[in-house]
Write a protein that binds this ligand. Structure first.
Ligand code: CTP
Length: 207
């Protein structure tokens, strides 16, 4: 099976020095890459800026912004049978990027933002027979919001996690996830390492 995985955060430039981003470290996405390689699948990774290494032999496409990530996903979509969007894509970017460092004396204290493209929604119409898996980063009960995203983003499965918990979400080695399938099935998995979640997810997908 050919698996395309996105991982890590995106960065949206403000000027040559500053950017907007989020707390994603790519741990869940890279664990998925290792699990997919271990299960002998062909893997391509589209990675935002992280300090992790991918397994030898995996094609890695490094991207910075949400726009770059969208382009990379579009370029590799036809190749894949399964897309796993575990990246934490920035939802907003500055309306304009300054080519020179902004000087505090000239800044008003307000940054004008615009929406970035939604990667999954942009590629929904090209899904075909491919399986699409998304992740939902939520604070509090993740299920209601994840259900909405499952439908709005045309997913077969969404993996929801409470990123506000100390032992789940960003920058930790463990995760506690709820799986919501398009056919209405729901599974609540106990606290596990991200490596275990990744391996179990591969099995869940029949891989
Ligand atoms: N996603 C995407 N493009 C974006 C934002 C998110 O494709 N611009 C994908 C993520 O990779 C993930 C899923 O959509 O698989 C849900 O991401 P999440 O950040 O939880 O949701 P948002 O779409 O940002 O919605 P909200 O701001 O309402 O939480």
């Amino acid at each position: 099976m050919k698996i395309l995985i996105t991982a890590g955060p995106t960065r949206e430039s403000i000027d040559p020095v500053r950017f907007l981003s989020n707390r994603s470290t790519g741990k869940m996405g890279y664990a998925l890459v290792w699990a997919a390689v271990e299960a002998r699948h062909e893997v391509r990774l589209i990675s935002g800026p992280v300090s992790l290494s991918a397994p030898v032999g995996v094609d890695v496409i490094y991207v910075l912004s949400a726009e770059d990530m969208l382009r990379a996903v579009q370029d590799n979509l036809e190749w894949c049978d399964l897309l796993i969007m575990s990246a934490a894509v920035s939802d907003w970017r500055p309306s304009s990027v300054s080519a020179v460092k902004l000087k505090k004396a000239n800044m008003s204290g307000t940054l004008e933002l615009e929406r970035t493209p939604d990667v999954l929604q942009s590629i929904m119409s090209d899904k075909g027979e491919r399986v699409f898996v998304g992740f939902a980063a939520e604070t509090g009960d993740p299920v209601q919001e994840a259900k909405r995203k499952l439908v709005e983003k045309g997913l077969d499965l969404i993996v929801a996690n409470d990123v506000a918990a100390d032992d789940a979400g960003f920058a930790v080695d463990t995760n506690r996830v709820t799986l919501l399938f398009a056919d209405g099935r729901r599974e609540d998995w106990p606290l596990m390492s991200k490596v275990e979640v990744a391996k179990k997810l591969m099995m869940e997908l029949g891989l």
